[in-house]
Write a protein that binds this ligand. Structure first.
Ligand code: ADP
Ligand code: MG
Length: 238
């Protein structure tokens, strides 16, 4: 569990500024959704929290500690992407344990952590299968399992459901929230889908062109949009 603070963070690529100073304090165990149209800077913001992208100005703090210069692995952060890139030649068990193996954990400890995560994600029957023998939802759960075994303090999701069909997407929203609630892990979740944001978020950051247009609970944003953009974006069908 952890708090995450974004303190006026900015990002420039060459001469182009793509993030114009975003600030918010995320509480322990909170589920924050960053929502906005394609190209508005959601992934860049998330990647700065992950340490995959440098911060041009401002600070990211996790549990009060400035992490701008820390390596991604040293941040206790796990990230789940849209293309979850499971290793096709490895079993589910091997996929889930791979990061721990790289980190040098003993086999027995890896097995125990993988079993625990598999139970949590109802993946026990599939541990010896290869990714191609799984459904899209099951693969998604393996990707989350791979993140969970590392016992991260913060969970980052970048449009993790975009490749799934509509029905599965709705189901996985509930599964992700349920899992995050049970583990109590602070989460930042990126989507371009306003319905997904509204149904999942404790609070949402509505982004447009590198700026946070509004930060608030889904109800606050829905009932009292603070900008024209927020009103139009949240009010339009996805
Ligand atoms: P989103 O995830 O909301 O679709 P991104 O964060 O991917 O948006 O991109 C925000 C802006 O930053 C876009 O204009 C994109 O072209 C630009 N951008 C992203 N990554 C890079 C990069 N590595 N170099 C230059 N420009 C980039
Ligand atoms: Mg993106």
């Amino acid at each position: 569990m952890a708090t995450v603070e974004l303190d006026n963070i900015k990002k420039r690529f060459g001469g182009t500024q793509v993030i114009h100073g975003v600030s918010t304090a995320i509480e322990d165990g909170e589920f924050i959704v960053i929502v906005g149209p394609s190209g508005c800077g959601k992934s860049t913001l998330l990647r700065m929290v992950a340490g995959l992208e440098s911060v041009s100005e401002g600070e990211v703090r996790i549990d009060g500690e400035r992490v701008n210069e820390r390596e991604p692995m040293a941040r206790d952060i796990a990230m789940v992407f849209q293309n979850y890139a499971l290793y096709p030649h490895m079993s589910v068990r091997q996929n889930m344990g791979y990061g721990l193996k790289i980190a040098g954990l003993p086999k027995s400890e890896i097995a125990a952590k993988v079993d625990e995560a598999a139970a949590l994600l109802q993946l026990e029957p599939y541990l010896d299968r290869r990714p191609r023998e799984l459904s899209g939802g099951q693969r998604q759960r393996v990707a989350m399992g791979r993140a969970i075994v590392r016992e991260p303090k913060v969970f980052l999701f970048d449009e993790p459901l975009s490749n799934l069909d509509a029905k599965l997407r709705v189901q996985m929203r509930l599964e992700i929230r349920d899992l995050q609630n049970r583990l109590g892990i602070t989460a930042l979740y990126v989507t371009h889908d306003q319905v997904e944001a509204m149904t999942m978020a404790d609070r949402m950051i509505v982004m447009n062109a590198g700026r946070a247009e509004q930060i608030g609970t889904p109800l606050e944003v829905y009932e009292r949009p603070q900008t024209l953009f927020a009103a139009q974006f949240i009010g339009s069908p996805s």
